[in-house]
Write a protein that binds this ligand. Structure first.
Ligand SMILES: Cc1cc2nc3c(=O)[nH]c(=O)nc-3n(C[C@H](O)[C@H](O)[C@H](O)COP(=O)(O)OP(=O)(O)OC[C@H]3O[C@@H](n4cnc5c(N)ncnc54)[C@H](O)[C@@H]3O)c2cc1C
Length: 249
């Protein structure tokens, strides 16, 4: 399969970059083709603004209109078009990033703002299980500083499922099947120590090993289940007939 890795980390010698390189080597050794979007290294501009677009009709910047019109005329900004070409090529997209303030780094949030183009890649009719990217898969590979046990609802580090939900929902919104996230917890360095150096090094080696093992069987994994169009009424409310797992929340 064709795998695109979108890396959002500013340092080429970071643990995130190491996980990206580990994935490239593992996937290529299994015969897959791999491409990398290194957002910082490529200077991706995550801030959406009028100056990215030519010919804003009446001088008022309306982002949804600008994205729709430029997608139609094939005049989208060059770096957006490049990312869309990469997505078109990919069967699986892996997002590799550190958890910053309980979310993805801003550069990756901006990537969604700019690359998931209204009209071109989603519309009121083309979303969720009718989404543009239907048939493709996506996976978040996330590192977090806090240890695993601190991540739980109302635990010190909070609920990882809640922190990742907005990204999972956005991927599903544009049609991706979303695989369970790969979370490397307790990825520490510098002054914040939860464990001694030797134990930390062993722990980080374990994180890499688990990632390598998982990369070997991604193709046979089932995606996270989401409710779909058949589960909602015209107002978007869950139907009484929807499976119990959705109605229990
Ligand atoms: C702005 C900000 C907000 C944050 N918010 C949160 C938050 O909300 N929740 C939370 O839990 N954490 C948070 N953190 C912590 C953050 O998630 C971690 O710092 C990050 O996940 C670590 O990943 P990294 O790639 O930056 O690691 P690095 O800092 O690059 O490295 C981490 C450790 O890995 C080692 N290492 C680096 N490369 C390798 C390699 N190739 N092989 C083996 N070991 C290696 C380093 O020596 C170091 O010990 C935040 C950090 C920042 C800067």
């Amino acid at each position: 399969m064709n795998v695109l890795i979108v890396l959002a980390h500013p340092e080429t010698r970071s643990f995130n970059a190491a996980l990206m390189k580990t994935a490239v080597a593992r996937l290529e050794s299994a015969g897959h083709a791999v491409a990398v979007s290194d957002l910082y290294a490529e200077g991706f501009d995550p801030v959406e603004r009028a100056s990215h677009y030519v010919d804003i009709d009446d001088g008022v910047f309306k982002l949804l209109d600008a994205q729709r019109d430029h997608a139609k005329r094939q005049t989208l900004p060059e770096e957006v078009a490049r990312e869309l070409d990469r997505l078109e090529w990919a069967d699986l997209v892996i997002f590799q990033f550190p958890l910053w303030w309980h979310a993805q780094p801003a550069i990756l949030k901006g990537w969604f703002d700019r690359v998931m183009v209204y009209g071109g890649r989603y519309s009121s009719r083309m979303r969720y299980d009718n989404g543009y990217f239907k048939g493709k898969r996506a996976l978040l590979s996330v590192t977090a500083g806090s240890p695993r046990q601190a991540f739980q609802p109302f635990g010190r580090a909070g609920d990882m499922a809640a922190w990742l939900w907005p990204i999972h929902a956005s991927l599903y919104y544009v049609g991706f099947e979303v695989l369970a996230p790969q979370v490397s917890y307790g990825v520490q360095g510098g002054g914040i120590e939860y464990q001694k150096q030797e134990a930390l090094e062993a722990h980080l080696a374990d994180c890499k090993r688990h990632w390598v093992e998982r990369l070997g069987h991604l193709e046979s994994e089932d995606p996270i289940p989401f409710a779909g169009w058949q589960d909602w009424d015209e107002a978007g409310v869950l139907r009484e007939t929807a499976p119990l797992r959705w109605r229990l929340g």
